[in-house]
Design a protein around this ligand. Structure first.
Ligand code: ADP
Ligand code: ADP
Ligand code: ZN
Length: 221
């Protein structure tokens, strides 16, 4: 089962993708996590990416696409993968379809998480991320059991530089201009499922599981 999580920054893609990945056993591939790790390791690719990420700008398509296409060709993606944060532009979506098609594969489902703008800003400015495993928490909506530390792996939490109010405004504008058109693109391919992401984490997760289990039962995926 090849799944893409689509939605604006703060919609809950990472939170939900991690749950689906744990439940179904497919690797969770978050381009944000991959490039943050590369940046913290100081590799040339990571340093290049960091300059875009810190401002809330997108990393150029040709840099991101190659990394993702190499990643999904790895053995652990053989029976499926969960993409979170990719594709984010039409050229990325077209390249992904092309690469999958060349190996006789395709995307099965695109889950579009829909959330109001004011709620997105509240979620992003209160977000705390794990330095190690990619889990995300929220100071009010999803606080960790021990303040400042990850429930899943115990590592320290941090606030992302791009979760500042200024950067959030820029990221939402970029979403509207470059990512939102993907809703129509995948709608035309007939693989889009929009989920109301404005509810609690558990309610959203129940809707997604119900939908994915139903799709599995009917051999859609
Ligand atoms: P994305 O990957 O789409 O940017 P995240 O999964 O990192 O979003 O979630 C953004 C923030 O909102 C995090 O602080 C997370 O804990 C919180 N969050 C996620 N889903 C919900 C929800 N349904 N209700 C309230 N807060 C949520
Ligand atoms: P969020 O879920 O909050 O939008 P991510 O962790 O997915 O954030 O991404 C953080 C940053 O990493 C983006 O603002 C962008 O700079 C970069 N990035 C991640 N995925 C992509 C992508 N597919 N194309 C271009 N840049 C990306
Ligand atoms: Zn962790």
């Amino acid at each position: 089962m090849n799944v893409v999580f689509l939605g604006p920054p703060g919609a809950g893609k990472g939170t939900q993708a991690l749950k689906v990945s744990e439940f179904f056993g497919f690797p969770h591939i978050s381009t944000g996590d991959m490039f943050r790790k590369a940046a913290s390791e100081g590799s040339p690719l990571g340093l290049k990416a960091k300059s875009f990420m810190d401002k809330g700008d997108l990393i150029p398509d040709e840099v991101v696409t190659g990394v993702v296409i190499d990643r999904i060709a790895e053995e652990d993606c053989g029976s499926g993968f969960i993409l979170d944060g990719f594709p984010r532009t039409l050229p990325q979506a077209v390249e992904l379809d092309k690469a999958l098609g060349e190996s006789g594969d395709k995307l099965d489902i695109v889950i579009n998480i829909d959330v109001d703008r004011s709620e997105l800003v509240r979620r992003l400015t209160g977000r705390r991320m794990c330095t190690s495993c990619g889990s995300s928490f929220h100071v009010t909506f999803n606080p960790p059991a021990r303040e400042g530390f990850c429930d899943s792996c115990g590592s320290e939490l941090f606030q992302r530089a791009d979760d500042s109010e200024e950067s959030v405004v820029n990221r939402l504008k970029i979403y509207d201009e470059q990512t939102e058109p993907l809703i129509e693109y995948y709608g035309q391919e007939n693989i889009l499922k929009t989920i109301d992401g404005g509810r609690s984490i558990d309610e959203v997760s129940d809707s997604i599981s119900e939908f994915l289990n139903g799709s599995k039962k009917h051999n859609v995926v």
